[in-house]
Design a binder for this molecule. Sequence first.
Ligand SMILES: NC(=O)c1ccc[n+]([C@@H]2O[C@H](COP(=O)([O-])OP(=O)(O)OC[C@H]3O[C@@H](n4cnc5c(N)ncnc54)[C@H](OP(=O)(O)O)[C@@H]3O)[C@@H](O)[C@H]2O)c1
Length: 277
Amino acid sequence: MESNGKGGKLQVALVTGATSGIGKAVAIELASRGYRVYGTGRNPSQPGKADEHGIVFYPMDVLSETSVYETVKCVIANEQRLDVLVACAGMGIAGSVEDTAMSDADLQMRTNFLGTVLAVKGCLPQMRQQKQGKIVIIGSLAGRIGMPFQAFYSSSKFALEGFVESLRHEVKPFGIDVCIVEPGDFSTGFTAARKKSGTMGSPYSEAFQRTISIQEHDEMHGSDPQVAARAVAGILEKKKMPLRIVVGPVFQKFAAGLKRVIPAKWFELLYKLYYRL
Ligand SMILES: NC(=O)c1ccc[n+]([C@@H]2O[C@H](COP(=O)([O-])OP(=O)(O)OC[C@H]3O[C@@H](n4cnc5c(N)ncnc54)[C@H](OP(=O)(O)O)[C@@H]3O)[C@@H](O)[C@H]2O)c1
């Protein structure tokens, strides 16, 4: 195996959603630590060419099975191995359950949940053959705590929690380790890219506007994506990765812990007060 130039073995990493935010920061962090990094987005500017960090971008739309499998195939054809997958690609849809069209609910689940599943399925055969691999899934704190007016986003991230718990058991015998990283609020392109279903005149309109403005304010004043990137890189360096970790602002890490220890009705009351629901 090739050396990474830092006295270790060269590790090949694929980072989905590496054109922006957390995925971009993860790709740069891994490249700086000596990984050979392949990044993806739907329309990368210079596909197949290494950028200034040495990251090679390929197009990948996680809504398309062919696109995901073809890109993974390309990386493996180039490197004959694949050691790490960091699945970051995702987006958010907000609105009341009643106001959100089923086509948007479907898009949310296909992007965040099934899109991640596809990336994992694409990488598993190679990792299994190598008897070695590490998979980090970017979930969300919203996958531990149901966010008001983000029911479908939360559902897509809750789904990933169950997926990772199950997957870990299945792939451990093949030397593959899996971890879900749960970011709190980070200042990224996520807020501007969010799709909103706030029908004018809807009985939910006022509460939705109030809630989403608090949520978006928190995101825009959230942590730097580099914090998440360093956490992901740190986890990958561990011999055994934890099942899940929360990253982000301290009070949000506290909220995740609090949910585990206080009665559900108290936790619900805290959210109700915070969002003035
Ligand atoms: N920011 C936060 O506060 C926060 C909190 C918790 C969890 N997260 C999670 O962190 C992950 C990264 O989000 P971010 O905050 O870094 O947002 P971001 O800056 O908007 O980045 C999203 C990335 O996902 C890619 N993407 C979106 N739809 C895609 C599709 N259909 N196929 C392929 N790639 C797609 C985008 O690439 P292109 O647009 O170039 O295709 C982009 O690279 C997401 O899973 C998000 O749910 C974010």
